[in-house]
Design a protein around this ligand. Structure first.
Ligand SMILES: Cc1cc2nc3c(=O)[nH]c(=O)nc-3n(C[C@H](O)[C@H](O)[C@H](O)COP(=O)(O)OP(=O)(O)OC[C@H]3O[C@@H](n4cnc5c(N)ncnc54)[C@H](O)[C@@H]3O)c2cc1C
Length: 359
């Protein structure tokens, strides 16, 4: 018997489970033998307040102070290490996107001063509020915090059946039967599969594969370089120690699965970055892929469908699930428990509920 069963042990699951555990008994169930095996363990670890649509930006901005608070609350190492974002318009297509970005413009000369390896710069903008995130410290901090609040974590425990039982739910969790008052669906790319198992309508989640790699080339990498993002979203790269983390910003539709990188996508990242820089990237040290899952308007889905109380979605984190996690978790826990949402998170419930008109 638990108050809340949280399904999924990525950043979404551990963060909301921690917030819920302040007021309720929580069991977190993860299918894999280890937490953060899927998308959470495969991110680029970027906190960029100028990235994403208005809902994402509001949640990301509201997370900044929470990151600092969590360092003390969860006793973690520093969670954010400043690294500016250079939004690059290397060609007309890139430059055309810069006006839509909430980051101040800099001149091409200033962009080159920041990144001497750039070939052509038509236009650029700079976001100084961005950082690298210590994702594993954040995730592990939430896990430890959940345990300290009396919550339970079960790994290697897929939730295979969920049926309504009175006002709550009966669930098969690994080899055990669990009765839960509420279910929180934080199952990442599998959120619609889990909903179907519970007889709850789908939210129309679309998992998309994204590839990343660590590469090196002709030019030594200065670890203080910024994150360079194509304003038209065709590539990004940032230092990873003395090497570069690169991505072709791919979005390939996928079934929920253990995503693997395709050679062609890694090659595309190198080709696109070599075209706009003199970095001469040649060697790939490691590559990976993960599923970023979106609904149509690319904002997260938080709460229950009308007519399906007690089964709350906490899904659709897309490409921003780490950077907005602290505010989204506090907001989501309030929605799930029917409490007032935090006053500093400027996101109306109608913008995140399942079935909103944009879907
Ligand atoms: C290459 C790449 C770069 C990215 N870069 C960034 C970035 O820089 N900044 C940022 O903020 N975000 C980034 N993201 C996005 C971010 O990683 C995701 O938004 C976030 O990790 C999603 O977390 P999640 O907990 O929803 O999903 P997941 O981490 O996938 O967790 C879902 C979990 O649910 C479990 N599960 C599913 N079904 C069941 C079941 N029936 N029973 C039990 N468990 C179940 C799965 O095993 C999985 O562990 C990136 C993503 C990728 C792929």
């Amino acid at each position: 018997m638990v108050d809340v069963l949280v399904v999924g042990g990525g950043i979404a699951g551990v963060s909301i489970a921690y917030e819920l555990a302040a007021r309720a008994g929580v069991l977190l169930a993860e299918a894999e033998p280890a937490l953060a095996t899927h998308t959470t363990g495969r991110s680029a670890a970027v906190y960029a307040p100028s990235y994403g649509g208005p809902v994402i930006r509001a949640l990301t901005a509201a997370s900044e102070r929470r990151y600092r608070d969590l360092e003390t609350e969860l006793d973690t190492p520093p969670l954010l290490t400043p690294r500016p974002v250079l939004w690059l318009g290397a060609d007309d297509a890139g430059a055309a996107h810069l006006d839509a970005l909430p980051a101040p413009r800099i001149t091409p000369a200033q962009a080159r001063e920041l990144c001497p390896f750039l070939r052509e710069v038509k236009a650029a903008a700079r976001d100084d509020s961005a950082s690298d995130i210590d994702v594993m410290a954040l995730h592990d901090g939430y896990r430890r915090g959940l345990r300290a609040r009396g919550g339970t974590v079960r790994t290697a425990s897929p939730v295979t059946e969920i049926t309504r039982d009175g006002s709550g739910w009966q669930a098969r969790v690994g080899d055990q039967e669990v009765h839960a008052g509420l279910v929180v669906n934080a199952a990442g790319a599998w959120a619609d599969e889990l909903a179907a198992r519970a007889g709850v309508p789908a939210i129309g989640l679309r998992p998309m594969r994204r590839t990343a790699a660590v590469a090196s080339g002709a030019v030594p990498v200065d670890p203080t370089w910024p994150l360079v993002c194509d304003a038209a979203d065709r590539y990004y790269f940032r230092p990873e120690g003395r090497r570069l983390l690169v991505s072709p910003s791919d979005e390939t539709p996928s079934e929920p699965c253990d995503a693997k990188p395709e050679e062609v996508d890694v090659a595309l990242a190198l080709a696109r970055i070599n075209e706009v820089t003199t970095l001469g990237l040649r060697r790939v040290h490691t590559a990976w892929a993960g599923l970023r899952s979106f609904v149509a308007d690319r904002a997260p889905v938080v709460g229950a469908w009308p007519g399906h109380p007690g089964f709350a979605f906490f899904a659709g984190q897309g490409g921003y699930g780490i950077q907005m996690a602290p505010a989204l978790a506090a907001y989501g826990a309030a929605v799930v428990l029917g409490k007032p949402v935090p006053g500093d998170v400027n996101v109306p419930a109608r913008d995140v509920l399942p079935g909103r008109s944009a879907n």
